[in-house]
Write a protein that binds this ligand. Structure first.
Ligand code: UD1
Length: 418
């Protein structure tokens, strides 16, 4: 199993490019099932989750090929499919649930393993299922699988009790081929939802309002393959910005990310990080970080996917900060590991209170989930001595060559196999 060895204290400098967004690529790959013929996605990051989705698509009868140096991923769908997303693949990637909507809409049936809980919480899919039932699907749960069937799905008015990103994506995809109009209320406004809608529209779907909390979809008879370039990864960009800030560096993060990261950029500026927009991206200059409180919330709020990285930064900031997690009930797994590096953090229910300015010290630590792993890498960059980050397969699910990018900026970081 690979691990990362990071010796802290290097000031990061230089240019770094942001990869395509994992959380946009996964639903877009699922969306290829909706279209007849071939769909080619560009700017698809080379990640473990993307490979899992490739294997799922193959098991569903869709041939694909990925040209990694061009980041081009083409999928050729078939008029028939076994419609089975097996537990062995789904258990490694919860986002596999986004296959349910497209399978039902295109093939009229689906057998998708229930994703189950994960390190950050129970993460139910009840809202996905009740919306599909409202659209006329018959749904049963048996032996750990969701069994869904329908004739043609029917348009419906759906009100999501909670804002759900993959839930909104799943139902928006299902509605593209439904009979009649579907209206999604309290829909997720995340930029990845808008990216998915833009690609679906290029395939021939009729969608209005994606990016707002009300999305209207007028079903069509069929969708056609297209070529579409995926948006940049705002969470990777945010992580790289924090890497610059935590090391007191001067880094140019390249990609059209500033409009996607308002809440993070404003918060970091409030903490004393200098962030300037440039024609290519943002330039980040870190020095003298000040503690500031934050609360996570759905877009356009501060993303839960940046909470762990922000906490690493607050460990080095001057003062005390409160970090409140409102999206997932168990998303503080990184706290125990950060404490092993000398961080002073106390958990009070959904809130972590961070006493800043601790001199972090290198230690062996264990990655517990994707973003938690990133926070350990960031803390290690600012720590005295060497940190060994184990179980980095979590990191490989969602960050494309993070160690190569950080090393190019001057970090002392090395991947070793044990
Ligand atoms: C997506 C992102 C993930 C991010 C999360 C929140 C992808 C592939 N993943 O995950 O990186 O952390 O949004 O921004 O895009 N909920 C229910 N019932 C449901 C569905 C959700 O109660 O049927 C709850 C969840 O438990 C959670 C909240 O709604 O408390 C938000 O979850 P959701 O937006 O669905 O997260 P994902 O789409 O799984």
């Amino acid at each position: 199993m690979d691990k990362l060895l990071i010796t802290g204290g290097q000031v990061l400098r230089g240019d770094v490019f942001v990869s395509g967004a994992k959380n946009a690529a996964l639903p877009l790959l699922a969306a290829t099932l909706l279209a007849e013929g071939e769909t080619c996605l560009l700017n698809v990051p080379n990640l473990r989750d993307i490979d899992t989705m490739r294997r799922l698509l193959l098991s569903l009868g869709a041939e694909s090929h990925y040209v990694s140096n061009e980041k081009r991923f083409c999928v050729q769908t078939s008029p028939t499919s076994p419609c089975l997303a097996h537990y062995d693949l789904v258990r490694t990637m919860r986002a596999s649930i986004v296959l349910l909507g497209p399978l039902l809409a295109r093939y009229g049936k689906a057998k998708v393993s229930l994703p189950g809980g994960c390190a950050i919480g129970a993460r139910p899919v009840n809202l996905h299922l009740s919306a599909l039932e409202k659209m006329g699907a018959k749904i049963d749960l048996a032996d750990g699988y969701i069994l869904a069937e329908c004739d043609r799905l029917q348009g419906a008015e759906i009100w999501f009790d909670t804002v759900t990103v993959t839930g909104t994506e799943n139902i928006m995809m299902a509605a593209t081929l439904a009979q009649g109009k579907t209206i999604l209320r309290n829909a997720a406004r995340e930029p990845e939802v808008r990216d998915l809608a833009n690609c679906l529209i290029q395939m021939g779907a009729r969608i209005e309002g994606a990016g707002t909390d009300t999305i209207t979809i007028e079903g069509v008879e069929a969708l056609q393959g297209t070529t579409y370039s995926i948006m940049p990864d705002r969470i990777e960009a945010g992580t790289l910005i924090v890497a610059a800030a935590i090391t007191g560096g001067d880094v140019h993060v390249i990609g059209d990310i500033a409009p996607l990261l308002d809440s993070v950029i404003i918060k970091l500026r409030d903490c004393g990080v200098k962030i300037e927009s440039t024609p290519q991206g943002v330039r980040v200059i870190g020095n003298g970080i000040i503690s500031r409180d934050v609360t996570t919330s759905p877009y356009p709020g501060f993303p839960t996917d940046m909470q762990a990285q922000y906490m690493a930064l607050m460990c080095r900031a001057k003062g005390v900060s409160s970090i409140e997690e409102t999206i997932f009930e168990n998303r503080f797994m990184h706290v125990a590991e950060l404490r092993r590096m000398g961080a002073q953090i106390e958990i009070q229910g959904p809130r972590a209170v961070v006493r800043g300015a601790a001199q972090l010290k290198g230690a062996p630590v264990m990655a517990t989930d994707l973003r938690a792993s990133a926070s350990l890498v960031l803390a290690a960059l600012a720590a005295e001595g060497t940190t060994e980050v184990q179980r980095i397969y979590h990191l490989d699910r969602g960050y494309e060559q993070l160690e190569t990018k950080l090393a190019a900026l001057g970090a002392q970081i090395e991947r070793v196999s044990s």
